[in-house]
Design a protein around this ligand. Structure first.
Ligand code: GLC
Length: 777
């Protein structure tokens, strides 16, 4: 492909203008330094910059100063940590550490290249052993040798090679056992990443249109790359505590009786559950923000009853607004000019569940505000969150598609130079001529990938205005880099296939590396019928998903934990209870995600960045720093091989000690998922309860394991935004060979706790809650 593009030529002059370096050539390049480790490279297109806004980076970034010197051939920009060497004659950028170690470089003078409207960047392979990130993608953890497209796509029938899917994250992390760096390509058009599929000399990324504007982010550790990437694109807030509980959903909970019955069964059967979802069944003729009064009469009372039983309710919201002149939202949208239009001027009409629909143009602030305001109809009924769906945007090309869902698409086509094939990407979304913005200034090409992000933003901001002191559970199916500022993400429509259970393991690791911590896949599988064995294995894995929801499609078999057999029910119950025990550990990890962007589900290399073996072992993962989970993802399997990185590891079930690095073989009967605890672990636990808040947690149990380790425990009221005003506690836990220490480092929240119960091997210490405690082990 490279040969067909036209590269950047000779740099004729340069100039340092305030805190940017301007290089003048056939195209101009503006370089800015965000901090010692983040450098922005922004190329002009046809000698101008139009892209002076970003949908992903929504704040004014700080810029720091740097030094520039000119040598015979090169211009050299230096920060405290990095050195950027730019060859003037054959324009080429190389990035070194201060110690002159080469980290990254352009391929020849193809660091910027063009073909028609498309902009490219070709990079040399240096030491990149693996490419991670890229959000929600099929395939394994390491994307090296593969190619991917970002174009948000509703594809419930995805196979191992299907691409793209629901989300777009044009960000990757390049890893080798010595250092890591990341690149965020801030371009919302359809983007492509060819990470060595085409050549063993170079890799490249490009966009169909827009400008070449990217951020180089140095580690050296993967965690530092993620921390700096989320400094740019933002981090998730503290979820409400209930959102960490088990969640039950099904398309087809079609009336009040059914929903109440499900709720009662959870309580009767003593299976913890915090959230019940209301899918499209709840709407009046699929009109968004309405309730069907026949099937769900007195909605407010129903939700109140459910709340009193300890359940929170989250309804679905689709962007498609039914074209019905008697429907207020549609009428208002038309009157106020809030819907997307075609270039010819008429409102674009697509087909979703209600039939003909118009779609809000979320690029306009007033439209987002209006949508957020309409959400009040749901919040006033008592819901606790919003489930944003179909926001790729998904729009069926033919009304029959709604019912058959049997569309066949061929979206893996890689037809970059055959422009007529572009149409193939559009058949389940808006046509190419839809425009957005106040004056129609954006084409759909530019907005498509951020439509879901902007809908989630409308939802989050509307919620914060309308319910100022209650945190919501907002989830979204589509998204773009930065979506984590607003929402949790689930991976869309999977199937009750072992392959989809399996793929969730690397997919969620890569979404986490892409800055999105609150993630999960539909447990049990959405489409088709789950087998009892698949369901059990999925629950065993699902308790470690940050977002833990069982959801399934209309007309599939019942998929509640009791719907299979007594055995399945008992195993599921035990695991869901284990999840509830782990909630204080999850919550503290969410605090780390909020502070630094570090995901909860961690690839082994996040904790063991120098381990060359760890990169291959992505069919296991770490939950936070301490818990290694090795799921069973094949039918009939009753044992598996687990890779244990360096150190001692404790079998969670049996206590047996293993020494890593090593591969071990471990038994996994149906009721056991292999779990290993790292030496020096500190894991806070609660008493199980039927729902968050059912029991006062007066004792915090702390499970500690021999070795050296630290953990910062976080707590607040779990409900309000008061933590933003400093009303929370942070407690430092520290273990070494001889002692265990508990020390408050921030104490502004009045918790229910009276006791710490520390469990160490076969010993147990019960101590009154005090500011500083030291226990001799
Ligand atoms: C989409 C969603 C799915 C939902 C269905 C009906 O397929 O991804 O979760 O159940 O629409 O609303």
């Amino acid at each position: 492909m490279m040969e067909r593009t036209k590269p950047w030529s000779k740099i004729v002059s340069w100039e340092k203008k305030g805190k940017s370096l301007l290089l003048i050539g056939s195209e101009d390049l503006k370089i800015e330094v965000i901090n010692e480790k983040i450098i922005r490279f922004h190329f002009s297109k046809n000698k101008a910059w139009r892209h002076n806004y970003s949908f992903a980076i929504e704040k004014d970034l700080p810029k720091i100063d740097f030094t520039v010197e000119e040598k015979e051939e090169n211009i050299i920009l230096s920060t405290e940590i990095l050195k950027v060497v730019i060859n003037k004659n054959i324009p080429n950028i190389k990035i070194y550490t201060k110690e002159d170690e080469l980290i990254h470089s352009d391929y020849k003078n193809y660091g910027y290249a063009k073909y028609k409207d498309k902009v490219f960047s070709f990079k040399n392979f240096e030491k990149e052993e693996a490419f991670l990130g890229l959000g929600e993608k099929m395939g394994g953890l390491n994307k090296k040798g593969k190619k991917y497209i970002n174009w948000n796509t509703d594809d419930p029938h995805h196979y191992p090679h299907t691409d793209p899917l629901y989300q777009s994250h044009p960000f990757f992390l390049a890893w080798n056992s010595e250092f890591s760096y990341g690149i965020f390509f801030d371009n919302t058009f359809r983007t492509y990443f060819n990470l060595g599929e085409e050549s063993s000399k170079y890799y490249y990324f490009y966009a169909d249109n827009g400008e070449l504007d990217y951020y180089f982010i140095y580690g050296p550790t993967p965690k530092e790359v993620i921390e700096n990437y989320t400094l740019l694109t933002g981090r998730y807030y503290m979820p409400p505590l209930f959102a960490l509980g088990y969640q039950q959903s099904k398309w087809g909970y079609k009336n009040k009786e059914m929903l109440m019955d499900i709720a009662r069964k959870f309580r009767e059967k003593d299976i913890p559950c915090d959230v019940l979802y209301m899918d499209i069944d709840h709407m009046d003729g699929f009109r968004v923000f309405t309730f069907d009064e026949e099937r769900f009469p007195n909605i407010k009372n129903m939700i109140e009853d459910l709340n009193n039983m300890g359940f929170k309710i989250v309804p679905i919201v689709d962007p498609g607004v039914k074209k019905d002149i008697n429907y207020e939202i549609y009428r208002e949208g038309v009157e106020k000019d809030f819907f997307c239009r075609r270039s010819t001027g008429e409102i674009y009409v697509g087909y979703v569940w209600p039939g003909e629909c118009a779609f809000p143009d979320f690029t306009k602030k007033e439209v987002r505000d209006w949508w957020g305001e309409k959400q009040k109809r749901l919040t006033e009924a008592g819901v606790s969150g919003i489930w944003n769906d179909m926001n790729e945007p998904s729009s069926f090309s033919h009304p029959m598609d709604i019912f058959s869902r049997s569309w066949e698409r061929h979206n893996t086509f890689w037809g970059i130079f055959s422009d007529h094939n572009d149409e193939i990407f559009y058949d389940k979304t808006f046509p190419k001529d839809v425009v957005h913005g106040e004056k129609g200034e954006f084409t759909h090409d530019e907005i498509h990938n951020v439509y879901g992000l902007l809908m989630a933003k409308a939802s989050y901001e509307g919620w914060r205005r309308g319910n100022p002191n209650v945190r919501p559970l907002i989830i979204t199916r589509a998204g773009f880099s930065g979506v984590q500022k607003y929402s949790a993400v689930w991976t869309g429509d999977n199937k009750s296939w072992w392959e989809h259970l399996y793929i969730s393991i690397p997919m969620l690791q890569n979404l986490g590396i892409s800055g999105v911590p609150f993630i999960g896949a539909d447990v049990g599988g959405f489409g088709l019928d789950s087998s009892p064995e698949l369901f059990v294995r999925w629950i065993e894995l699902g308790i470690f998903y940050p977002f833990f929801r069982n959801h399934s499609e209309l007309n599939t078999r019942s998929q509640e934990p009791w719907a299979f057999s007594k055995e399945v029910e008992e195993i599921s119950k035990e695991y869901i209870k284990l999840r509830y025990r782990l909630i204080p550990y999850f919550y503290s990890l969410f605090w780390e995600a909020k502070e630094k962007g570090i995901p909860l589900i961690r690839s082994l290399i996040l904790e063991f960045p120098n381990d060359k073996e760890a990169i291959h072992n992505y069919d296991e993962f770490l939950l936070g720093p301490f818990i290694l989970v090795a799921p069973i993802y094949q039918e009939g399997v009753r044992a598996r091989v687990v890779y244990l990185p360096e150190g001692l590891w404790y079998d969670f079930w049996e206590g047996k000690i293993y020494k890593g690095p090593d591969y071990i073989s471990i038994k996994a009967p149906l009721d056991k998922i292999p779990i290993f605890i790292r030496e020096g672990s500190i894991i806070p636990l609660w008493e199980p309860q039927n729902y968050i808040g059912e029991k006062k947690q007066e004792t915090l149990e702390i499970l500690i394991y021999p070795g050296k380790g630290e953990f910062t425990y976080y707590e607040d009221d779990g409900i309000s935004w008061d933590y933003e005003k400093g009303i929370y506690n942070l407690i430092k836990f520290k273990i070494d060979e001889r002692s265990f220490e508990i020390k408050y480092i921030h104490k502004e929240y009045n918790s229910d706790r009276k006791w710490f119960k520390v469990r160490y091997l076969d010993k147990e210490f019960v101590i009154e809650d005090k500011d500083h405690i030291k226990i001799k082990l």
